[in-house]
Ligand binder design. Structure first.
Ligand SMILES: C[S@@+](CC[C@H](N)C(=O)[O-])C[C@H]1O[C@@H](n2cnc3c(N)ncnc32)[C@H](O)[C@@H]1O
Length: 235
């Protein structure tokens, strides 16, 4: 928790969301666990080649059933805490795109678009046995008709975001870069609005929201990641 109008909670978001006032949030931008950590897929972590399970730890591993239950619970809470016209950007792994859309719609949301963010420098394919993963997907929902929706011009409003290369700011293994967050906040909120991230990680959504003159609510369960977020936000 921090003073002023911004709030950080070290908590399981399933519990913390229940404590938020209904209709008190203007926009949700979040990057939940993708449930893809594996003992076989490789990634670089702190300059070492390791399995994604080793790099990301327990927080990205659920049974299929538990993962769907998590999405169901969180989408229902997000629908309750968002005001009418509020919007949700939900970064996702490929395997759960249709489950996320179904569960969000069951909670009451309208599915509006899938955005694709193309990475400037994707990780090499370590095994060279499959295609390199060079983009990420983000699902876009609204509660009723989206309001505001600032159309920034034909070039910027394509459903493909070409990302510049940006350095990592923290040791969080799946830190998002500001260019993946800032355009979403600019389009779907106004200055002074409250932006919520229930899976805050190292705090990127809150850092970007604050830089754009928005207020933020961030929730993160892991004490180390929570500390990273507090440090970045000077909280
Ligand atoms: C993909 S990471 C988010 C990274 C973040 N976008 C950043 O830039 O650092 C997902 C985060 O959700 C957290 N998390 C997982 N389950 C959670 C839960 N039930 N409640 C709150 N946080 C959770 C994990 O600890 C992890 O830091």
């Amino acid at each position: 928790m921090m003073g002023g109008r911004n709030r950080l909670y070290r908590a399981d978001c399933r519990r913390a969301l229940r404590a938020l006032v209904p209709g008190s949030v203007d926009l949700v931008v979040t990057d939940p666990p993708y449930n893809i950590a594996s003992d076989y897929a490789l990634t670089m972590s702190a300059g070492r080649l390791v399995t994604t399970a080793e790099a990301w730890g327990a927080w990205d591993r659920y049974s299929d059933r538990a993962y769907r239950a998590l999405l169901d619970d969180v989408f229902r809470s997000l629908y309750r805490v968002l005001r009418r016209g509020g919007q949700v950007y939900w970064w996702t792994g490929t395997r759960y795109i249709s489950a996320a859309i179904e569960l969000a719609e069951a909670a009451g949301f309208r599915f509006r678009a899938k955005l694709v963010a193309v990475k400037a420098r994707p990780q090499p394919s370590w095994s060279e046995g499959n295609y390199r993963s060079a983009y990420e997907d983000c699902l876009y929902f609204s509660k009723g008709a989206p309001r505001p929706f600032h159309f920034l011009g034909q070039r910027q409003m394509k459903n493909v975001l070409a990302l510049p290369y940006e350095r990592k700011a923290t040791e969080h293994p799946t830190e998002k870069r500001p260019a993946m967050i800032a355009p979403l906040i600019r389009v779907s909120s106004d200055r002074g609005d409250v932006v919520l991230d229930p899976f805050l990680g190292s705090g990127t959504t809150a850092v970007v929201a604050r830089a754009l003159g928005r207020r933020f609510i961030g929730i993160e369960r892991d004490p180390d990641y929570f500390r990273m977020a507090r440090r970045r936000l000077g909280a």
